[in-house]
Design a binder for this molecule. Structure first.
Ligand code: UD1
Ligand code: MG
Length: 480
């Protein structure tokens, strides 16, 4: 019978700047498929290991990193001066609340494509071997920049040597350190305390601590991982792009396996947290961000961006729409070229057509706003029809006001609803009306200048101009 094991602690190294990104922001805050890469690592560790404690060592732009890790970490330790990965681990183990005992999983913060299964497998191997420390390695065709795993004559682990400190011969080694370790805290701490910065960068390296463990007669193991792509640290913008692409690719494969059609999976970008129902079709150029939820049998046509939104079953989002933080019911038709700004809730069978902008708009079942409208801070009852060019005037330069329409209201084209204003059930608004006062249920509101027809006006005007016969038309037009 398997012996129940204590859950490990996790130490996330997130204090470094990441100079190779050439960025004003620290490397770990750069987004990979929609979330800061450091958050992806923390979520992976949490999912894989359900750790007792998940401690992040923060330093550069610590407030931003803390905010990005909100809810994922149990504790933060500040590394005010970034004196290297060994220093970060020492602080993390020594300063975290509670004693550093048992197994700790140590992770670089720049591993956004790491899979939970890989961490679990490493932890199993570590515990089975009884090693003081187990490091994950992988084989790279181009290992430049990485720490190399030096093995002894019998293939056992000898040491890790950093690229800058490696000899020419050592630089020829293709097995590299991934920056993922399992260690017994009580055995690692003493060697960390004795670390000295005698290397090319003048830093305290976790990799030097590994060498010291071996020298002290402790068992250290290196476990090789086949999928290099998964366990590569992101250090440059090119690697950042590769990491995002990898997560989007995995998501596309998972969606297709679950019954979603992606017409061109390499040109459809769905964030890992999003979900899409069966038989939904995503066209190329579609971007689904955040924890968006799409139902079954939806169609999302080319060039749409859906952010933190829900879309009900059978709805269609036509070409080039932006949908942000909105809730769209089932069997709706949106777009083409519609802009749903945050805070909308649409019932079922709602139609929002081209060049319609919505903001904090609640549209009941079957509402139609088919062309050229702005509906903001508005509530529109079921079955209402909003004519082309209707505008809710929700802002007076200081504050925002609400427009409330009952059920089955008909708003004629080119009307303005000057909020705050309420229109009762079944009322009609004549085309071109500026509604400034409430309209009772069942009433017709018309508020536009009365039309006057002046018979024969055009001909009289032409005669007044009395031009030379040959150039009559042109002269008249020029003076008009
Ligand atoms: C490190 C390893 C290298 C390995 C590579 C894998 C060391 C010395 N080298 O190199 O063997 O092949 O990762 O990607 O560990 N950090 C801190 N505090 C510091 C310095 C760094 O918290 O003072 C954090 C960084 O934010 C980052 C992680 O530690 O998350 C690794 O730092 P990075 O500079 O990327 O190390 P590499 O040079 O890539
Ligand atoms: Mg790195």
């Amino acid at each position: 019978m398997a012996v129940a094991r204590a859950r490990p602690d996790v130490l996330l190294l997130a204090a470094g700047q990441g100079t190779r990104m050439r960025s004003k922001r620290i490397k770990l805050m750069h987004a990979v498929a929609g979330a800061p890469m450091v958050r992806r690592v923390a979520d992976c560790a949490a999912a894989a290991l359900r750790p007792k404690r998940l401690v992040a060592v923060v330093g550069f732009q610590a407030d931003d990193v803390r905010a990005a890790l909100e809810g994922a970490c149990t504790e933060f330790v500040l590394q005010a001066d970034q004196r290297g990965t060994g220093h970060a681990v020492l602080l993390g183990l020594a300063r975290a609340r509670g004693s550093a005992r048992g197994t700790v999983v140590i992770l670089n913060g720049d591993l956004p494509t790491l899979r939970p299964e890989t961490l679990r497998a490493l932890l199993r191997r570590h515990r089975r071997s009884g090693a003081a420390l187990t490091v994950l390695s992988t084989m790279l065709d181009a290992p430049d920049g990485y720490g190399r795993i030096v093995r002894d004559g019998r293939g056992g682990f000898a040491r890790i040597v950093e690229h800058r400190d490696a000899t020419r011969e050592e630089r020829g080694i293709h097995e590299v350190n991934c920056g993922i370790y399992c260690a017994e805290a009580s055995r690692l701490l003493p060697v960390l305390r004795r670390l000295r910065p005698n290397n090319a960068q003048g830093e305290l390296y976790i990799t030097d601590a590994v060498r010291r463990l071996v020298a002290a007669g402790e068992k250290v193991a290196a476990v090789r991982h086949d999928d290099a792509e998964e366990v590569l640290g992101v250090n440059t913008r090119a690697e950042l792009a590769r990491a995002s692409r990898e997560l989007w690719r995995r998501k596309a494969e998972a969606l297709m396996a679950s019954g979603v059609t992606l017409l061109d999976p390499e040109r459809t970008w769905v964030d890992p947290a999003a979900s899409v129902g069966r038989d939904t079709v995503l066209w190329p150029g579609v971007v689904i961000e955040g924890a968006s939820t799409l139902g079954e049998d939806c169609v999302v046509r080319p060039g749409c961006r859906v952010v933190d939104s829900r879309i009900g079953d059978g709805s269609e989002i036509k070409d080039h729409c932006v949908v942000q933080s909105s809730d769209i019911g089932s069997r709706c038709e949106i777009g083409p070229f519609a802009h749903l700004r945050p805070g909308n809730a649409l019932g079922s069978r709602v139609k929002v057509g081209n060049f319609v902008e919505l903001k904090k708009a609640l549209l009941g079942d079957g509402v139609k706003a088919s062309h050229l409208s702005y509906l903001g801070d508005a509530e529109i009852g079921a079955g209402s029809n909003v004519g082309a060019g209707t505008i809710t005037c929700n802002y007076d330069g200081r504050a925002k006001y609400r427009t409330t329409l009952g059920r089955g209201v008909f708003v004629g084209s080119d009307s303005q609803l000057v909020a705050p204003v309420t229109v009762g059930d079944g009322a009609y608004i004549g085309a071109g009306t500026t509604v400034t006062a409430d309209v009772p249920a069942g009433a017709l509101a018309v508020g536009r200048a009365r039309q006057r027809n002046i018979e024969g006006w055009v001909e009289r005007r032409a005669q007044r101009a009395a031009p030379a016969p040959a150039s009559a038309g042109r002269g008249a037009r020029r003076r008009a």
